[in-house]
Design a protein around this ligand. Structure first.
Ligand SMILES: Nc1ncnc2c1ncn2[C@@H]1O[C@H](COP(=O)(O)OP(=O)(O)OP(=O)(O)O)[C@@H](O)[C@H]1O
Ligand code: SF4
Ligand SMILES: [Mg+2]
Length: 368
C-alpha cells in the first residue's frame, strides 16, 4: 500500500472547538492505482487532500487519525522531513494553475527549482531534465518555453507546466485536486490523457479529486464518494457507476445527462450539503433522502461487504437489508453474477450513433 489513511478527521477551528469537516475517513491506495474522490461542493474533498500532504491552511487542523505514506506515519515526522517528502514522494496539482505559478519567474527556473530543492545541483543536468519532462508531457518547443513567463501561456499549458513540476521527481503519489475544472473540454481531455501517461509510464499512483462524474468514471479504477465529511460509498469505479448502492451516489448519477434519459428532465437532489455545524446524527444524507427510515437518523450505516453474488436485479430496499456503504478499503467481494462486459447499448436495439472501422493509431515513442 502506498497510502494508508486511517480514521482521519479534520476540523475548522472555532474558538476552543473544531467544526468537523472530515469525519473519520479511512482508505488506501495501492502502487499504480488511480483512485477518485467525488462529491458535491463542501463535502471535504480538498481538506482530505491537504491533510494527506500536510498542507492544511491556518485555522484548519487534523483532529484525529493517521496518514501513512510508504509505511511512514506523516503526522509523526518533523516539518523538515515532511518537506523533503513533498515534491519527491508526494506531489500535488491544484485547480488554478496560473495562481500556483510564480508570475515573476521563467518556466524553466520554476520547474528546475523542484529538482534543486531535492538535491540536484548540476545546472546542465537540471536543464536537460526540465527540457525532457516538458517535451514528454507534450509541451511544444520546450527550448522556448523554458524562457517564457506564466502570463505568456494558456491555462492548459500552465496546467501542464504545473504537472511537469509535480512529477519531475517521479513521486510515488500524485494528488490532483480538480486539475481540469478551470479548463475547456478539449484541454481537459488532454490533461486526463497526461494523467494516464504519468500513471502508466512512471508508475505513479494518483488520487484524483473531481465533482465531474464522467471524468472520475473514465480515469479511475476505484472511487470514494464523499458526503458531509464522510466516505459514504467506495468500490471499483465500474461497479459503483453501474450499481450504486448508496442513495446519494445513485442520485448524483441520475443528475448526469445521459442518452438513456433523453427527453426527460434531469434529476436534481433536493436540499443542500449541511453546514459544518449542522451535520445531523446518523446518515448525514437523511434530510435529503426520500428512502430514509427512522433508523437512518440515528446511526451511520457501518461499512459492509457485498454478498459474494448479487441477486440478478438489486432490490430497491432501504439500508436495513442492503448495506448502503462498501468497505472503505481492501478487497470488495465482486458480484460473480454481474457480467464483465460493457452495456450492450450500442447493439441492444438502440440506433447506432457512431461506428469506427479500421481505426489505426501511431505508436507513441515519446516515453517519459
Ligand atoms: N480554510 C478554511 N477555513 C474555514 N473553512 C474551510 C476552509 N477550507 C474549507 N473549509 C470548509 O470545510 C468544508 C470542506 O471544504 P473542502 O474545501 O474540503 O470541500 P470540497 O469538497 O473540496 O468542495 P469543492 O468541491 O467546492 O472544492 C466546507 O464546508 C468548507 O467551507
Ligand atoms: S436510505 Fe438511509 S442510510 Fe441510505 S442514504 Fe437514505 S438516509 Fe442514508
Ligand atoms: Mg475542493
Amino acid at each position: 500500500m502506498i497510502l494508508e489513511v486511517e480514521d482521519l478527521s479534520v476540523g475548522i477551528k472555532q474558538g476552543k472547538k473544531h467544526l468537523p469537516a472530515v469525519r473519520g475517513i479511512s482508505f488506501g491506495i495501492e502502487p499504480g492505482e488511480i483512485v477518485g474522490i467525488l462529491g458535491e461542493s463542501g463535502c471535504g474533498k480538498t481538506l482530505t487532500a491537504l491533510s494527506v500532504s500536510g498542507l492544511l491552511p491556518a485555522g484548519v487542523e487534523k483532529t484525529g487519525g493517521s496518514v501513512r505514506l510508504g509505511g511512514r506515519d506523516l503526522g509523526a515526522l518533523p516539518e523538515g522531513e515532511l518537506s523533503r517528502i513533498r515534491g519527491r514522494e508526494l506531489s500535488m496539482v491544484f485547480q488554478e494553475p496560473a495562481s500556483s505559478l510564480n508570475p515573476l519567474q521563467r518556466i524553466g527556473t520554476q520547474v528546475g527549482e523542484s529538482l534543486k530543492l531535492h538535491g540536484e545541483g548540476d545546472p546542465g543536468i537540471i536543464r536537460r531534465r526540465v527540457l525532457e519532462i516538458l517535451g514528454n508531457l507534450g509541451l511544444p518547443e520546450p527550448e522556448q518555453l523554458v524562457r517564457a513567463y506564466p502570463h505568456q501561456l494558456s491555462g492548459g499549458m500552465c496546467q501542464r507546466v504545473m504537472i511537469a513540476l509535480a512529477v519531475i521527481n517521479r513521486p510515488r503519489l500524485l494528488i490532483a485536486d480538480e486539475p481540469t475544472t478551470a479548463l475547456d473540454l478539449s484541454i481537459q481531455a488532454q490533461i486526463l490523457d497526461l494523467m494516464r501517461k504519468i500513471n502508466r509510464e512512471l508508475g505513479t499512483s494518483i488520487l484524483f479529486i473531481s465533482h465531474d462524474l464522467s471524468v472520475i468514471r473514465h480515469l479511475c479504477g476505484r472511487v470514494l464518494v464523499m458526503y458531509a465529511g464522510k466516505i459514504v460509498e467506495s468500490g471499483p469505479a465500474e461497479e459503483v457507476f453501474r450499481e450504486p448502492l448508496h442513495e446519494y451516489t445513485r442520485l448524483l448519477l441520475e443528475a448526469v445527462p445521459s442518452r438513456d434519459r433523453k427527453g426527460r428532465a434531469l434529476a436534481n437532489i433536493p436540499g443542500k450539503v449541511p453546514a459544518l455545524g449542522e451535520i445531523p446524527p446518523g446518515c448525514p444524507f437523511a434530510p435529503r433522502c426520500k428512502k430514509a427510515l427512522p433508523r437512518c437518523r440515528e446511526v451511520f450505516p457501518e461499512a459492509a461487504a457485498l454478498p459474494a453474488a448479487l441477486p440478478a436485479a438489486l432490490p430497491d430496499t432501504p439500508p436495513a437489508t442492503l448495506p448502503a456503504i462498501l468497505p472503505a478499503s481492501g478487497p470488495m467481494a465482486v458480484p460473480a453474477a454481474l457480467p464483465d462486459t460493457p452495456p450492450s447499448a450500442f447493439t441492444g436495439g438502440h440506433r447506432v450513433f457512431c461506428v469506427l472501422r479500421d481505426l489505426q493509431k501511431e505508436p507513441d515513442h515519446g516515453g517519459i
